[in-house]
Design a protein around this ligand. Structure first.
Ligand code: NAD
Length: 303
C-alpha cells in the first residue's frame, strides 16, 4: 500500500518505520526537517509538502500533538483533506478531543471521504515494538479496512463505536490509569512511612484486592521492578505533561455530559501541580515523589 504519514515524532517515527518494515511504501511529512531526515534512515520517503505526502496514497495516517494540529493539517488554509483521493482511508491516531475527531470526520464524509479516529495506548515502547493498542471510532467497514495496516504497528485493534468513540475510550482509560497510579503511590508511601518494605508491600497488595496495573506492571517505587521508569530516575515512559493533556481532555469530556468525575478532577490537579514542580518531562509514575514527606522534610530542614 502507498501510505501518506504525518508527524514522525516520538510515536509517529517508529510507527512509520514499522509500516516500512511490513512492506508498505511510506511518504511522510513533518514540520521538523530533522525528524523527517531521521525517518528517511528508516526507509521512509520524505515529502516536501503536506500535499505531496497524500498524492496517490491509499491510506493516510496522522500522529500529531493536538486537536489544533489535526484541524490545521486537514482543514487549514493549506489543508490536505481536499487533496486526498476519495478512495483513500484516513486514520488519525493523535490523541485529541472527541468533538474535533467527529467534526473533521464529518467534513471528510460530506466530501465523500472516509476518516476514523484511532488513538493508541502503549507509549513509545509499544510504538517501537509494534505492540500498540489501537482504540478506534468510525464505521465498522472502515475499521476493518484499517485493521491490516494498524496490525503492522500494533497488537490489538478495538472498535469503541462511531467517530469520536475511540478518543472517548482512550481518555476514559487514561483517566483511570492516572487514578490508580496516584492511589498506588499513596499506599506505597504510607506503608513505607510505617516501616514496611515497598517491595514486600507490593507483593502483598498484588496478591490482594489492591492489585492493579500500576502496581503490577509499572511499580512507581524505585527499585521494586526492573526496567520501569521508577528504576531509571523516572526517565522515558509516559511524560507527566502528556498525562496532563489527557486528563484535560477527560475533564472536558466529563463537563460536556455533566458526568461526575471527582477522582479525575483530583488526579488532574495533582498531576498539574506535579508538572509545575519540575516533573513535566518525567514519567507519570514520578507522582510517587509527590507523596514522599519524610525525605522531603529532612531535605527542607537541611536547606
Ligand atoms: P511528538 O510531539 O513527538 O510528535 C508529533 C509530531 O507532529 C512532531 O514531530 C511535530 O513536528 C509534528 N507535527 C505537528 N503538526 C504537524 C503538521 N501539521 N504536519 C506534519 N507534522 C506535524 O508527539 P508524540 O509523543 O509522538 O505524540 C503524538 C500523539 O500521540 C499525541 O497526540 C500524543 O498525545 C499521543 N500519544 C503519545 C504517547 C507517548 O507516550 N508519547 C502515548 C500515547 C499517545
Amino acid at each position: 500500500m502507498k501510505i501518506g504519514f504525518f508527524g514522525v515524532g516520538h510515536m509517529g517515527g517508529p510507527m512509520a518505520a514499522n509500516l516500512v518494515k511490513a512492506g508498505h511504501e511510506v511518504t511522510a511529512f513533518d514540520l521538523v526537517p530533522a525528524l523527517l531526515a531521521a525517518a528517511v534512515n528508516d526507509g521512509v520517503q520524505a515529502a516536501e509538502s503536506a500535499v505531496e505526502a497524500v498524492q496517490g496514497a491509499d491510506i493516510i495516517v496522522s500522529m500529531l500533538p493536538s486537536a489544533g494540529a489535526v484541524r490545521g493539517l486537514y482543514l487549514g488554509d493549506e489543508g490536505v483533506l481536499s487533496h486526498i483521493d476519495k478512495r483513500a482511508l484516513i486514520i488519525d491516531c493523535s490523541t485529541i478531543d472527541a468533538d474535533t475527531a467527529r467534526d473533521v470526520a464529518a467534513i471528510a464524509r460530506e466530501q465523500g471521504r472516509v476518516m476514523i479516529d484511532a488513538p493508541v495506548s502503549g507509549g513509545v515502547g509499544g510504538a517501537k515494538a509494534g505492540t500498540l493498542t489501537f482504540i478506534c471510532g468510525g464505521p465498522s467497514d472502515a475499521i476493518d479496512r484499517a485493521r491490516p495496516v494498524l496490525e503492522c504497528m500494533g497488537a490489538q485493534v478495538f472498535r469503541a463505536g462511531d467517530n469520536g468513540a475511540g478518543q472517548l475510550a482512550k481518555i476514559c482509560n487514561n483517566m483511570l490509569l492516572a487514578i490508580h497510579m496516584i492511589g498506588t503511590a499513596e499506599a506505597l508511601q504510607m506503608g513505607a512511612d510505617h516501616g514496611l518494605d515497598p517491595a514486600v508491600l507490593s507483593d502483598i497488595m498484588k496478591a490482594s484486592s489492591g492489585d492493579n496495573w500500576s502496581l503490577d506492571k509499572y511499580n512507581p517505587w524505585p527499585g521494586v521492578m526492573e526496567n520501569v521508569p521508577s528504576s531509571k530516575d523516572y526517565e522515558g515512559g509516559f511524560a507527566v505533561k502528556l498525562m496532563n493533556k489527557d486528563l484535560g481532555l477527560a475533564l472536558q469530556a466529563g463537563l460536556s455530559t455533566q458526568s461526575a468525575t471527582p477522582m479525575g478532577n483530583l488526579a488532574k490537579s495533582l498531576y498539574a501541580a506535579h508538572g509545575n514542580h519540575g516533573y513535566a518531562e518525567k514519567d507519570f509514575s514520578s507522582i510517587q515523589r509527590f507523596f514522599r514527606h519524610k525525605e522531603s522534610s529532612e531535605k527542607m530542614n537541611n536547606e
